[in-house]
Design a protein around this ligand. Structure first.
Ligand code: F6P
Length: 534
C-alpha cells in the first residue's frame, strides 16, 4: 500500500493543535513543572541504554495527545508497516525504502551474502592476508565518495575511533584538488587500498577523484597493480567494470537503499575495515534494536515518533526554522554534517504526495556543534537571542577513557545548559547578583543579564558510546526523519533538488575550458565567469 496523500493541515488534529497552541504558546514550562509532579516521569522514556527526557519541551499532555492524533490521522502506523515491508514508498523513484532490511534480524539472502563478502574482505585486509602489489600488507584505506557515500562512513569511523584497528582511514569527497593533493602526501601506494563508493557510479566528483587517484597510483605503481588496490561499492556494475574494477572486487548496492541511509550496506565497507567486522555488525544490531522499538512500541512510548512529532509541533505551530544538535562528545563532531544531509535532503521538499505545492512548512534546518565548544560559540543566541531554537543535547554517562574528572565537568555543562535554557535568570536573581554594584553599573547591566528561559531542549542520555549505541542513535534520527515526512505529506526519499546545480555545472565546465562564456547566462553569472577567467 502506498502512503496516503492528505494535507495534514486539513486534519481534525491539526485544527485542534492550532487552537491548543494559541492557548499555551506563552505558557511557562517551569509553571508546568511546579504544577505537575509527574511531568518528568510522563515525558521521559527509558529504553535499553537510552534515557530521553522530553520534559523540557513546550508540550503538555494535551499537546502530546493531539500530536498522536495527528499521527493516526496521517496513518503513521500504516506507513511504518509499509516501510518495513519493503513497499515502494519512494513513489517518485518507484523504489522501496528498505535500509532496515540491511540490519534486520532476518536479512534477505542477498544482504546475508553481501555481509559475508564484507566479512571475508575486511578480515583479510586487517590480518594482512590480503597484500598490495609489492607483497606488503595494507596500512591505509581511502574511501572515495560523496554525500551518502561519504558522510555516513566518515562519521561512524570518527565516532567509533576508540574501537579502531591499525588501518588508517582517509575520506576523499570534494572535487577540490587540494583535497587529493593533501592525501597524496600521506599515503604510500604500496600499502593503500582505494574504495570507490558510488551507488550510481555516475557522480561527477567521485568519478573525477577516482580517475585522478588511479592515475597517480598507476604512475607510482603500474596499471597491473590497479586490480589489487581498487575496489568499488555500487549498484551500477557495468560502469564499475568500464572504470576498470573487476566484478570480484565490487560490492553490490541495491536501489532500495537510499544513499543517505546506506552506511549499513557495502557503503560501510570502510567502517568494517577500520573497526573490524564484529564492530560493524554490532552497529547494525544496535540499529536493529531501534528499528524494533520504532516499529513495535506504542507511539506514546516511542522515541523516534515523539521526536518527530515534537519537531513538527515547533516547526509548524511555533514556526521555528531550525533545530540544533549538540553532542557532548568530540567523537560525534561529524554527526552534524551527516544529519544535515539525512534531514535536509530528505525533508527539504515543496511538493506534497499529490503533486501539489505544500502550503505549510516542511524540512527543518539542522545545525550544531559539539559541547562544550558550542557553548563558547553560539549558545549566546540560544539563551538571549530572539529566535526559538529547539535543541537536542546528546551525552554519555560513561567516558571511554578513564579521566573521570574531565567527563564530570563535561557532563556538568550538559546538565547546566538544559537547566539554564529552561529556568533562565529572573530580574530578582539578577538584582541579587548585582547587589553590590554602583547604581550606574546596576543600570547598565541589569537588563543585559536577564535570561528569559523557557527555551526548549531534549536531553538524550546514553550509557556509553559503543558501536551498538551508535547504531541506535543513528536509527533513531532516521526514523524521526521518516515520521516527519509522513506527517508533512511529502516524499522523503528522493532528492531532485540537487540535480539542477549538477546539470548547470556540466554546462559551465566547457565554457571555462574554452574560455567562451554563454551570452544567454544571467548577467551576474556571466560577470562571475569573466572575473574567474581574467
Ligand atoms: O547529489 C546527491 C546525491 O545523489 C546523494 O543523495 C548521494 O548520497 C550522493 O549524491 C552520492 O551519490 P552516489 O553514491 O550515486 O555517488
Amino acid at each position: 500500500m502506498a502512503l496516503i496523500a492528505k494535507n495534514p493541515t486539513e486534519t481534525k488534529a491539526w485544527a485542534q493543535l492550532q487552537a491548543h497552541f494559541e492557548k499555551i504558546e506563552t505558557a511557562e514550562m517551569l509553571t508546568w513543572f511546579k504544577k505537575d509532579a509527574k511531568r518528568v516521569e510522563q515525558l521521559s522514556l527509558e529504553w535499553e541504554d537510552f534515557y530521553v527526557d522530553f520534559s523540557k519541551n513546550r508540550v503538555d499532555e494535551k499537546t502530546v495527545e493531539l500530536l498522536l492524533d495527528l499521527a493516526h490521522e496521517m496513518q503513521l502506523e500504516q506507513a511504518i508497516q509499509a516501510q518495513f515491508n519493503g513497499v515502494k514508498i519512494n513513489q517518485t523513484e518507484n523504489r522501496a525504502v528498505w535500509h532496515t532490511a540491511l540490519r534486520a534480524a532476518e536479512k534477505p539472502k542477498e544482504v546475508q551474502q553481501n555481509l559475508e563478502q564484507i566479512k571475508i574482505f575486511s578480515e583479510k585486509l586487517i590480518t594482512g592476508e590480503k597484500k598490495g602489489y609489492s607483497g606488503k600488507a595494507f596500512t591505509d584505506i581511502v574511501n572515495i565518495g560523496i554525500g551518502g557515500s561519504d558522510l555516513g562512513p566518515k562519521m561512524v569511523v570518527e565516532a567509533l575511533q576508540y574501537y579502531k584497528n591499525h588501518l588508517q582511514t582517509h575520506f576523499i569527497s570534494n572535487i577540490d584538488s587540494d583535497h587529493t593533493a593533501e592525501l597524496f602526501k600521506k599515503i604510500n601506494p604500496e600499502t593503500t587500498l582505494f574504495i570507490v563508493v558510488s551507488k550510481s557510479f555516475g557522480t561527477q566528483e567521485t568519478l573525477v577523484n577516482a580517475s585522478t587517484i588511479r592515475s597517480w597510483f598507476v604512475e607510482q605503481a603500474s596499471q597491473e597493480a590497479v586490480e589489487h588496490h581498487f575496489v568499488a561499492v555500487s549498484s551500477n556494475l557495468k560502469a564499475v567494470q568500464d572504470f576498470g574494477i573487476l566484478p570480484e572486487n565490487t560490492f553490490p548496492m541495491w536501489d532500495w537503499v537510499g544513499g543517505r541511509f546506506s552506511l549499513w550496506s557495502s557503503v560501510g565497507l570502510s567502517i568494517a575495515c577500520a573497526l573490524g567486522y564484529k564492530n560493524f555488525t554490532d552497529l547494525l544490531a544496535g540499529a536493529q534494536k531501534m528499528d524494533s522499538h520504532f516499529s513495535q512500541a506504542p507511539f506514546r512510548q516511542n522515541i523516534p515518533v515523539l521526536m518527530g512529532l515534537i519537531s513538527v509541533w515547533y516547526n509548524n505551530f511555533f514556526k521555528t526554522e531550525t533545530e540544533a544538535v549538540v553532542p557532548y562528545s568530540t567523537y560525534l563532531e561529524k554527526l552534524i554534517p551527516y544529519l544535515q544531509q539525512a534531514v535536509m535532503e530528505s525533508n527539504g521538499k515543496q511538493t506534497d504526495r499529490s503533486g501539489e505545492p505544500v502550503n505549510y512548512q516542511t524540512g527543518t534546518i539542522v545545525w550544531g556543534a559539539v559541547g562544550s565548544n558550542a557553548q563558547h560559540a553560539f549558545f549566546q543566541l540560544l539563551h538571549q537571542g530572539t529566535k526559538l531554537i529547539p535543541l537536542d543535547l546528546i551525552g554519555f554517562k560513561k567516558p571511554l577513557h578513564p579521566n573521570k574528572e574531565h567527563h564530570g565537568i563535561l557532563m556538568a555543562n550538559f546538565f547546566a545548559q538544559s537547566q539554564a535554557l529552561l529556568t533562565g535568570k529572573s530580574a530578582e536573581e539578577v538584582e541579587k547578583e548585582i547587589a553590590g554594584f554602583t547604581p550606574d553599573l546596576k543600570k547598565r547591566q541589569a537588563a543585559y543579564k536577564l535570561f528569559k528561559g523557557n527555551k526548549p531542549s531534549t536531553s538524550i542520555l546514553i550509557n556509553k558510546l559503543t558501536p551498538s549505541s551508535m547504531g541506535k542513535l543513528l536509527a533513531m534520527y532516521e526514523h524521526k526523519i521518516f515520521v516527519q515526512g509522513v506527517i508533512w505529506n511529502i516524499f522523503s526519499y528522493d532528492q531532485w533538488g540537487v540535480e539542477l546545480g549538477k546539470q548547470l555545472a556540466k554546462k559551465i565546465i566547457p565554457q571555462l575550458k574554452e574560455k567562451e562564456i554563454n551570452q544567454q547566462l544571467d548577467a551576474s553569472t556571466q560577470k562571475l565567469l569573466k572575473e574567474f577567467l581574467s
